[in-house]
Write a protein that binds this ligand. Structure first.
Ligand SMILES: [Zn+2]
Length: 249
């Protein structure tokens, strides 16, 4: 089975953010044990007294909040980059992300749209694995519990209808999405850090964090399927997916 862990970057509740961002990683069922261990070791380097309590959340790492308070900024940012580099080095993962401009999508719901895009792309990724290696695999989407308060709650209930609006029915899913406490799983913490790297790139125009992981977004011979940027064509966006879309048209 393949698992897709997703989290938003906090942009859903912050109406002043122009973009709503959902991001995360997909991996085979055996990979979380290895990747979680890497974050556990990193937590031990940062806070050896109580590494299990150290939760990796992009916004807290950046602003020095919660358990990150008292750790120097340079050390915090270096830790964040190290965590992203674990993803970059892992051969067994694919990243997924959706960045949806609220105004461009209006009156649609950006978080619903982001979720539907990623669920559909994850499903198509599983179909590709099957076609390329005759390897039938089911998928399961796992979300941070805090996103449950958003419109995703309703979507999760009506999950099997997701994708219908493009005529692409989800065919490889094992069950409805699960909502888990991000404190309890390092994998949702990775998803948060991916969403936060997208936030630094698309909202703060800081490229260095995104650059560490940008090649890991699901792609086929360089054609990116795993990252969506929905924005007005008039924005002239220069991000990697908008440039790709323009080159193809
Ligand atoms: Zn773009």
């Amino acid at each position: 089975m393949y698992l897709l862990y997703l989290d938003d970057s906090g942009s859903v509740k912050n109406a002043s953010d122009k973009e709503v961002i959902l991001g995360g990683l997909c991996c085979y069922e055996q990979t979380p044990f290895y990747l979680s261990g890497k974050l556990d070791s990193l937590a031990n380097e940062v806070w050896s007294e109580n590494p299990k309590s150290l939760e990796f959340r992009g916004v807290n790492i950046f602003s020095g909040k919660e358990h990150w308070r008292g750790i120097e900024k340079d050390k915090r940012l270096e830790t964040y980059k190290k965590a992203l580099s674990f993803l970059e080095q892992s051969k067994n993962i694919k990243l997924f992300g959706a960045v949806i401009n609220r105004v461009a999508l209006s009156p649609g719901d950006p978080i619903e749209y982001a979720f539907e895009q990623l669920a559909s792309r994850f499903d198509q990724y599983l179909t590709r694995i099957f076609k390329n290696g005759n390897n039938p695999q089911r998928g399961l989407i796992i979300l941070d519990k805090s996103t449950y308060e958003t419109s995703l709650q309703m979507l999760a209930r009506e999950f099997r209808d997701v994708g219908h609006r493009w005529g692409h029915k989800l065919v490889n899913m094992s069950d409805v999405p699960l909502f888990v406490d991000s404190k309890a799983t390092r994998m949702v913490q990775y998803a948060d850090m991916i969403a936060y790297a997208l936030r630094r790139y698309y909202i703060n125009h800081e490229q260095e964090y995104f650059d560490i992981i940008s090649k890991k977004f699901d792609n086929e011979c360089g054609v990116i399927h795993g990252l969506v940027h929905f924005t007005s064509p008039a924005s002239g966006c220069q991000c990697i997916v908008c440039l790709q879309k323009r080159a193809a048209s």
